[in-house]
Structure formats: C-alpha cells, structure tokens
Design a protein around this ligand. Structure first.
Ligand code: BEZ
Ligand code: FE
Length: 292
C-alpha cells in the first residue's frame, strides 16, 4: 500500500494534473484559475512538440532575450503579443460592438496625449512633406443620427512610415496629430499628407525569430482615431488604406472590413497627386448590450 495514497506524483502522463493539484490547494482566485488553465495548455503543447533539451534551452534563451530587450522606450513583450494576434484578441473580446458600429482596435505605442486642438480645415502636416490628403468624415450614432460636438483625435505616420515621436530630431513636435470637433452636422475635415505603411521593429529577438520563418512584419498605411461623444462609448480605431498591398496581412491583425478606407486620387496630377478620404464613424451608445 502507498504511504501517500492521495498524492499525485509527477509522471509524464499526469504532469499537468500534478501541478494543477498543487495550485488548487492555494486559495481559489482568478489568478490561480488562470495559472491552472495556462499550465494545462503549456503541458499539452510541450507533449505535442516534444522539445529536445537543446530546443528547450533555446526557448528559455529567447524568452530571456525578449525580457532584456525591454526598457522604458521599447516593449518587446507587447510586440510579441501583438504579432501573435494576442493583443488583437484581448481588444476584440473587451470591446464587442453591434455589427453596424465602427470596430475598436488597439491604440498602439505611438499615441501621445495633449495633441493640439485645431479648427476644422487645419493642416496637421507641420512640415508639408508628402502627398497632400484631405480627410472628411462624419460621426454618427447607430441610428444614423449625426453627432455634433464630438471630439475627433487623429495621429498618423508620415510619408516614410515614421511617427513624430519616433523621429523627434527630424519631425516637428506634434507633427501629424490633432484634435477636431464635429460641426452641427456631425462632420469634420482636415488636411494632412498620405501616410506610408511601415514594418514593426525587426531588430529585436521577436522580429528576428519571426523573420526567420518569413512571418509578415509590415503594417498597411493607416490613420489612427479616437472619437468621443457625450453618451456614447469612446471609439479607438484605425482607418486603413484599402489600396495598400499589405492590407490582407497586417502584422498586428488590426484590419477589419469596416475599417478599410477608399483613398481617392484626384485626376491629372501625377507629379504631385492629391488624395481624399471620406469616412463614416458609427458610435455605440453607452447602454447598448455587447455583441456575443
Ligand atoms: C501602430 O501605431 O500602428 C501600432 C499599433 C499597435 C502596435 C504597434 C504599432
Ligand atoms: Fe500606426
């Protein structure tokens, strides 16, 4: 007879159970439940992949490098979560909206608070570098009712795919950022330049690892928006250039059908084309039930 009849000793077969049993002895909390779930899945994955000791060491070395690559300016863990679709999943699960509302996306690391409040029609390109783009839009509720006095905050990369806070020595402060207020018809308009798509950083362990298997690291060109109106859920989103070749393979899984914008080129000006974008943002009232 066993000396310890109730103990779950660790074997290859019951490895997850052995750890789960130990975790279950602590007070049951959301954290301990999450740990049990994570441990169970990781044990299953390890049994499926069956890493050699060398491969396991390489795995630990990669995770260590990811940690070392983080500092107050760079968050390699967030990049890993972004590139594996985990950030997009958490965002989607926590911002369920009715299908006719504009979808939420992550805010991303290039946002800066305190962008200047500007009059309608202002130009947010402070250096004028790039192909001119006029953005017009309307903010409305689910019922199509236009929302006057809504706050429309925007930020974007320049024509080379860099945000102002990535190039503090090359771009004017608050370049390509601004906050506008919709008029009595819920409309807004401003001038800017067409932004370019860009690659997420590939000089750290995450970019290097995924680059080895040819994983897409590019983002299609896009504009960022935060829209707020009294009585409505705030919306944080992107509008993507539907004509960008990378629109089907956004490295960060932000592209959704409802977020594709049609950037129209005005005819006859091949040397310096002018572009126009018109977009409708549909906000959800604060009380609307989340979509399941
Ligand atoms: C962006 O601003 O495009 C961005 C969003 C999320 C993660 C990285 C970048
Ligand atoms: Fe961006």
């Amino acid at each position: 007879m066993s000396v310890l009849p109730d103990a779950v000793f660790f074997t290859e077969e019951n490895s997850a159970l052995a750890v789960a049993e130990r975790l279950s002895k602590t007070e049951r909390t959301r954290l301990s439940d999450a740990l049990i779930a994570v441990v169970g899945q990781v044990h299953t994955i390890i049994k499926e992949i069956r890493p050699t000791p060398e491969e396991w060491q390489q795995t630990i070395a990669f995770l260590t490098e990811v940690g070392h690559a983080c500092d107050d300016k760079r968050q390699e863990w967030v990049l890993l979560a972004d590139l594996l679709g985990l950030s997009a999943l958490v965002e989607d699960m926590n911002s369920r909206r009715p299908p006719s509302a504009t979808q939420n996306t992550v805010r991303g690391p290039f946002y800066r608070p305190d962008a200047p409040h500007l009059p309608l029609g202002a130009n947010i390109s402070l250096d004028g570098v790039g192909e001119p783009l006029t953005v017009t839009g309307i903010v409305q509720g689910l019922d199509g009712f236009p929302l006057a006095g809504a706050m429309v905050e925007t930020w974007q990369a320049n024509s080379q795919g860099f945000y102002e806070n990535q190039q503090p020595d090359l771009q004017p402060e608050f370049n390509l950022r601004g906050v506008f207020t919709t008029d009595a018809d819920g409309r807004f308009h401003y001038k800017t330049v067409k932004s370019a798509g860009y690659s997420v950083p590939d000089d750290g362990p995450v970019g290097q690892l995924l680059g080895r298997i040819g994983y897409p690291l590019r983002r299609p060109a896009h504009l960022h928006f935060i829209i707020k109106a009294a009585g409505y859920q705030p919306l944080t989103t992107h509008v993507f250039d539907g004509g960008d070749p990378n629109v089907r393979e956004d490295a960060l899984f932000g592209v959704k059908h409802g977020l594709l914008g049609h950037f129209r080129k005005s005819a006859g000006e091949a040397a310096a084309p002018n572009w126009a974008l018109d977009f409708t943002f549909v906000l959800c009232p604060k009380k609307v039930e989340a979509r399941r």
